[in-house]
Design a binder for this molecule. Structure first.
Ligand code: IDP
Ligand code: MG
Length: 138
């Protein structure tokens, strides 16, 4: 399997609940390498661009309000099959459906406050890394 990079967001609910370190540690313990990290409060433009695929959804306004509501810890992880492995570690989108061992299954209760975002494909990862790390990975 290919070595991949993925964009992970510990969303504002994670930082507010002081779970950012715990979330990052879970990924690191799986063997994923931290390549970049940035604590940032997303502007409306960043929030809307990041979630552009959901523009027509009824929850879009609530979602953008949530992602811009406070600091997000954005980070880039690298490893073999990182994209799918991170999505599994994160768990199902709705915390009510997430496996108990997953991050959402352990720490979250309901949407949109489901703690973590992970890129869903190599194309998404590249696009999203560009949004959250506009100056590159350094
Ligand atoms: P994902 O984060 O697991 O990839 P997506 O379907 O891409 O899930 O949705 C993006 C984000 O939008 C979710 O993580 C969640 O925060 C929010 N969201 C998805 N569906 C709903 C909904 O029905 N109500 C409110 N928020 C939602
Ligand atoms: Mg998604």
């Amino acid at each position: 399997m290919a070595v991949e990079r993925t964009l992970i967001l510990a969303k504002p609910d994670t930082v507010e609940r002081s779970l950012a370190g715990e979330i990052l540690a879970r990924f690191e313990r799986r063997g994923l390498k931290l390549r970049a990290a940035r604590l940032v409060t997303a502007s409306r433009e960043v929030g809307e661009t990041h979630y552009a695929e959901h523009k027509e959804k009824p929850f879009f306004g609530e979602l953008v309000a949530f992602i811009t509501s406070g600091p997000t810890l954005a980070f880039v992880l690298e490893g073999e099959g990182a994209i799918a492995t991170c999505r599994k570690t994160i768990g199902a989108t709705n915390p009510a459906d997430a496996d108990p061992g997953s991050l959402r299954g352990e720490f979250a209760l309901a949407m949109p406050n489901n703690l973590v975002h992970g890129s869903d494909s190599p194309e998404s990862a590249e696009r999203e890394i560009g949004i959250w790390f506009p100056d590159g990975l350094a």
